[in-house]
Ligand binder design. Sequence first.
Ligand SMILES: [Fe+2]
Length: 245
Amino acid sequence: MPLLSPLMRRLLAVVCGLALLLSGAPPARAEFSLPPLPYPADALEPAIDARTMEIHHDRHHGGYVAKLNAALAERPELAGLSLEELQGRARRLPEAMRNNAGGHWNHSQFWTAMAPAGEGGEPSEALLEAINGRFGSADALREQFEAAAAARFGSGWAWLILKQNGDLAVTSTANQDNPLMNLGGIERGTPLLGLDVWEHAYYLSYQNRRPDYIAAWWPLVNWSEVNRRYAEATGLSPRTPGEEH
Ligand SMILES: [Fe+2]
């Protein structure tokens, strides 16, 4: 009596064939993943409450990542593009993919642009020089940045960017757009600092009082990270004032 029936042998052949096919297939593209918060959810209290941070990070940002991966699964020709490359192609992306790619990039920079109050350091010597040259003072930068954040109608972001000509600028974008996107009406540049002014970022504690949220947020700025971004964008060393040359 044979060890395997004809049916079992055929099944085995199909399975072996599939295994061979799969072993020769190119590796699947790694999916984007939700980066963890770089501090506990309650680390930014009282300016931003822990519940807001949890919902914002886990559900909103997590949702953008999941929807971006789902959208990319339908567009294999875009597989392999980095998150930054997707921003640069925003004009040619379907709207849902643009929104979710923007949402993932924007929030990833947002978490690291904040630190518990008193732990974010201060602008580096080089950045401070650029701020003073462009805005007059760090206070004037804050004023312009907060005005841009307050004036953004509906949902969006306020940004401090480094333009291609080397100038700093304060700008703002709607929804999940950002200054890396090649879209009309966007002042393009390398984002150094971005503030989320969607209601989901502040509604539990501040309801409709967006200016109060913006004012409470500024002391959370992680200047060490902003300095790093500025240094990376300019090729300069991110020294802080008083640091040895
Ligand atoms: Fe958000």
